[in-house]
Design a protein around this ligand. Structure first.
Ligand SMILES: [Zn+2]
Length: 524
């Protein structure tokens, strides 16, 4: 028992010491809890496995009151790591910012370069700017064409002007000869330009479809020419279409038969129709009279009974052939007039552009929505009219029941108009083809305007030529008269004024005046 008492004493002492340690080692907040600790520690008998010495540090560890030195080290390490990471992040951010700034600087530089390029382009003449058919017109060639003229930019007027270093002239516009050469050069790119421009029919017909169809048509046309043209009908139906001379009144003032009587006739649908794939082929015209004849009107209407023996072409006119046809004749060799007929039918006129046809009396295809119907209408028009020539643009105006078809050349329009007049499209109908007054498409209008400008330039050039010729002739005349006058003055004394009378011009008048004076003198 004495041992137990001793042990208790030792424990009490240790506890006291530990309490002191505890009270010293930790902060004030734990002093209030010290009673509880004492209370727990003061019941050693209840807990037989109680350790002899109390390791307060362990208790604190369990209670998470104080961190272990290892943990502290770890935390420090972690903190260092975090700091390092933060530093790294800062550096990364700085690098990013730097990069962004660099990119900004690069972008600014690029933009500046672009602006400079644009400004340079603006300073260049229009010929160099225009992007023709996806390809830039070669600027060097243009420089060659306008040599020795140089293109310069005037800052005050914001305009290009041309300077000739040889004669030291500076002008706003180039001489007409060079303008003509430039326009000729530009015309090479025109066909390509048309292909790349936006059209009305591209709204509803995909570009690839149109391109494929054009290729197929081109191949078909080449194949077709290897075989002879077939007879479209056995007997000629020409009497049904043409009018006999004498049927109508003959107008002596205008030197032609009046055909206005047809205006009030009811329109019948055509009896025959031309099928370009089946009907076309070579004829006598291709074999013997190349480039000297025209296209067969009856073939276009689908009623030529001649076949291979026909002296006119039985095929769709190509672009090259159209360009060779004289401006005073249409594609069938009929003479064109100065004005359109009153009903806008018949042969076109040469004073206005006749590349667009105006089509009415057709039926719109049935569909669920109006846009679908419109798309179908574009498709039908394309299918029926594209085999007859190179379509430049289609325009359907559903509100008015009218559509416009514009070809690349007026001869193609003439051919298509004759071929499709009073024919049926997909449904039972009898469409009417007329000449269009104006193309409502503004892009086409601008194109027309440019073409008219070119025509004007040509006209001015012709006029200048004529004036030069006239002036030369006038000089010749004047010189000749002067010589004659001298000779007459010499002869006058010998032969008298009889011969001078025969010669026209001012000399004759002078003679008369002289005689008149003589007469007066005689009368007095
Ligand atoms: Zn024929």
């Amino acid at each position: 028992m004495a041992d137990q008492e001793d042990q208790q004493k030792i424990q009490q002492q240790e506890e006291e010491e530990n309490v002191d340690q505890y009270s010293y080692s930790e902060g004030d907040q734990y002093e209030s809890d010290s009673d509880n600790l004492k209370f727990d520690i003061a019941k050693p008998e209840k807990n037989p496995f109680r350790p002899i010495g109390i390791d307060f540090q362990k208790i604190q560890q369990i209670a998470h009151l104080a961190p272990n030195s290892k943990e502290i080290q770890q935390e420090e390490e972690n903190r260092k790591k975090i700091e390092a990471y933060q530093l790294y992040q800062q550096k990364v951010q700085e690098a990013d910012q730097n990069q962004k700034e660099l990119e900004k600087q690069i972008e600014e530089k690029l933009n500046q370069q672009k602006e400079e390029q644009l400004q340079n382009l603006q300073k260049q003449p229009i010929e160099l700017q225009i992007n023709k058919g996806g390809q830039l017109v070669n600027a060097d060639e243009i420089q060659k064409i306008i040599y020795p003229w140089q293109v310069l930019f005037d800052d005050t007027w914001k305009k290009n002007y041309y300077y000739n270093p040889v004669t030291k002239e500076s002008v706003w516009e180039l001489p007409l000869d060079i303008v003509q050469k430039l326009s000729d050069y530009r015309r090479q790119f025109e066909h390509r330009l048309y292909d790349y421009q936006e059209r009305n029919f591209f709204k509803f017909l995909p570009k690839q479809y149109i391109a494929r169809q054009r290729e197929q048509l081109f191949q078909k046309r080449q194949k077709v020419m290897l075989r002879p043209a077939r007879k479209q009908v056995e007997e000629s139906l020409a009497t049904k279409f043409g009018y006999k001379q004498g049927d109508e009144e003959y107008n002596t003032w205008f030197d032609r038969f009046l055909s206005d009587g047809n205006k009030y006739k009811e329109k019948d649908s055509a009896l025959t129709r031309m099928h370009p794939d089946i009907d076309s082929g070579y004829t006598k015209a291709d074999l013997y009279e190349k480039f000297s004849t025209y296209f067969c009107l009856f073939f276009a209407r689908g009623c030529c009974a001649e076949g291979v023996n026909c002296r006119y072409y039985h095929r769709i006119p190509t672009m090259d052939e159209c360009e060779q046809i004289d401006n005073s004749k249409d594609v069938f060799g009929r003479t064109r007039f100065a004005n359109h007929r009153e009903d806008m039918k018949g042969i076109g006129c040469f004073t206005s552009d006749t590349r667009a046809i105006y089509i009415t009396h057709y039926k719109m295809p049935k569909a669920d929505t109006s846009t679908q119907a419109l798309a179908l209408m574009y498709d039908t028009l394309w299918r029926h009219f594209s085999p007859l020539g190179d379509i430049d643009d289609l325009n359907v105006i559903p509100a008015k029941g009218v559509s416009f078809i514009r070809y690349k050349h007026r001869c193609q329009a003439e051919f298509a108009k004759e071929a499709m007049d009073s024919q049926a499209l997909d449904q039972q109908e009898c469409i009417m083809c007329k000449w269009a007054y104006e193309d409502p498409n503004p892009k086409a209008m601008s194109r027309e305007f440019e073409e008219e400008k070119l025509k004007l330039v040509n006209a001015v050039k012709d006029k200048e030529k004529k004036e030069q010729q006239n002036s030369q002739q006038f000089r010749k005349k004047v010189d000749g008269q002067q010589i004659r006058d001298r000779s007459q003055d010499d002869r006058k004394g010998k032969r008298g004024g009889d011969r001078g009378n025969r010669r026209g011009g001012p000399r004759g008048r002078g003679d008369n005046r002289g005689r008149g004076g003589n007469r007066l003198f005689d009368d007095d």
